[in-house]
Design a protein around this ligand. Structure first.
Ligand code: UGA
Length: 445
């Protein structure tokens, strides 16, 4: 191994941990740095703080085989590095803009500690222009230390989906390299070669375009979802079934079937934050982002849509009723409840005086912490347990295990014999044939 052939990665959150582990898996030597000592200790023992399929055995294998290490010691981690990733969080500020505090802290650390030329690669989702700011911070500190070598900063946004992050990283649709340096592009092409076999996935562009690509991708997907939720709300009022409409439009390859599932609105740590951040960037640069504002507004309202169905079904008389709630995570295959529609539904049911018995295959522990002070909410250990004493069922997250329940069991368990389906996973006629009332999203037939 040559002296500076290692990869150092700052931030062991979702993106950092998955990226670092996948790079180690294909043979690179990766050191992940985090300021959280407790987290680093756990990671050194192979304890993974997130629920992500396939990740834990991969971390364990690469730790064991010596290609992956975790530390809090940034200067030591920088010593053998040729490529340094920044993969720290960019949480939203009050005004929707992205908080760059952590990214610039890492830039400062690199500028203050690095002793040889490195390529800095920014993976965090950052406002357009951040690569320039990171470069300025690093070079400012290098100058202060009297060092004259160059540090190139590349924008390389991440497109991982929670729940499929390892697969997305190992087989990416595209690898965006934002750099005007031929040398940096060549070094990163070498690094990513194992992920780029069979057909070319690497797109090289300037830093700002790469930064904007990330926001544009998430905003486009969020737009598809809000559009479809709007169509659902129209369908409902016009006696049409949005599920038929979805199939009808998805069959046009220019539209496609993906990301046109109506439901309870998008959640998670990315879409809500990125749509707002892009709108904020647009406004700060003198452009009124009407479409993005509408995407965000429709999504906010959509999170209350199922509650409105429930309220209408009961003529507003919700006090004292008990609702079984299946699914708490913002989507299946994750334990993440950030911006989850379940939270809005629970808050509204509780405010209306109802009780909630909720179950999620993975998010139970988070939910217990979140609702610890809420006596009207009980987090249950199974889907069947959640039905105990319930008047009605609300399906909130479309985990596969909820798709085909025994309808005779539901008929026996739910005293008001009604199902509110926030993800349109049930066939209305089947539910109704089993003697239960059905309310979905946009199903006005
Ligand atoms: C999203 C993007 O899909 C990734 O490409 C991106 O890398 C990531 O954000 C990020 O920026 O880090 P993620 O937030 O994990 O990934 O989740 P998605 O699978 O995209 O789902 C987002 C939300 O949209 C979920 O709440 C889901 O229920 C909702 N959704 C999705 C719909 O309501 N309808 C659909 O048709 C699709």
């Amino acid at each position: 191994m040559d002296q500076h052939s290692g990869v150092t990665l700052f931030g062991t959150g979702y993106v950092g941990l998955v990226t670092g582990t996948c790079l180690a898996e294909v043979g690179h030597h990766v050191t992940c740095v985090d300021v959280d000592a407790q987290k680093v200790e756990g990671l050194c023992r192979g304890e993974i703080p997130i629920h992500e399929p396939c990740l834990a055995p991969m971390v364990a294998r690469n730790l064991r085989e010596g290609r992956l290490a975790f530390t809090t010691d940034a200067p030591a981690a920088l010593q053998g590095a040729g490529i340094v990733f920044i993969a720290v969080g960019t949480p939203p500020n009050e005004d929707g803009s992205a908080d760059l505090g952590h990214v610039l802290d890492v830039a400062r650390t690199i500028g203050q500690q690095v002793t040889h030329p490195v390529i800095v690669v920014n993976k965090s989702t950052v406002p357009v222009g951040t690569a320039d700011r990171v470069r300025e911070v690093i070079h400012f500190h290098l100058r202060q230390r009297g060092l004259v070598f160059d540090v190139e900063v590349v924008s390389n946004p991440e497109f991982l989906k929670e729940g499929a992050a390892v697969a997305d990283c190992m087989k990416p649709d595209r690898i965006i390299l934002g750099t005007r340096s031929g040398l940096a592009a060549a070094a990163l092409k070498r690094l990513y070669a194992p992920f780029n076999h069979k057909h070319e996935r690497i797109l090289v562009m300037d830093e700002r375009s790469a930064e904007l690509t990330k926001y544009a991708a998430n905003a486009m997907l969020a737009t598809k979802i809000s559009f479809m939720n709007e169509v659902a709300n129209i369908a409902e009022r016009m006696g049409a079934d949005v599920e038929a409409v979805r199939r009808g439009i998805g069959s046009d390859p220019r539209i496609g079937y993906q990301f046109i599932y109506p439901g309870m609105g998008y959640g998670g740590s990315c879409f809500p934050k990125d749509v707002k951040a892009l709108a904020h960037m647009a406004r700060s640069n003198g452009y009124a982002p009407d479409l993005l504002a509408a995407v965000d507004g429709v999504n906010r309202r959509q999170k209350s849509r199922l509650f409105q169905h429930i309220q209408r079904h009961y003529d507003g008389a919700l006090a004292g009723r008990t609702f079984a709630l299946w699914g708490l995570a913002f989507k299946p295959n994750t334990d993440d409840m950030r911006e989850a529609p379940s939270r809005v539904l629970i808050e509204r049911l509780v405010a209306a005086g109802a009780r909630v018995r909720a179950y999620d295959p993975q998010a139970g522990d988070h939910a217990r912490t979140l609702f610890a002070d809420e006596p009207q909410v009980e987090v249950c250990n199974s889907a069947a347990d959640a039905l105990e004493g319930a008047n009605a069922l609300a399906l909130v997250t479309e985990w596969k295990q909820f798709w085909r329940p025994r309808l005779d069991h539901l008929h026996a368990a739910l005293s008001d014999r009604v199902i509110f389906d926030g993800r349109n996973v049930f066939e209305p006629w089947e539910v109704e044939a089993a003697g239960l009332a059905y309310h979905g999203i946009g199903r006005g037939r």
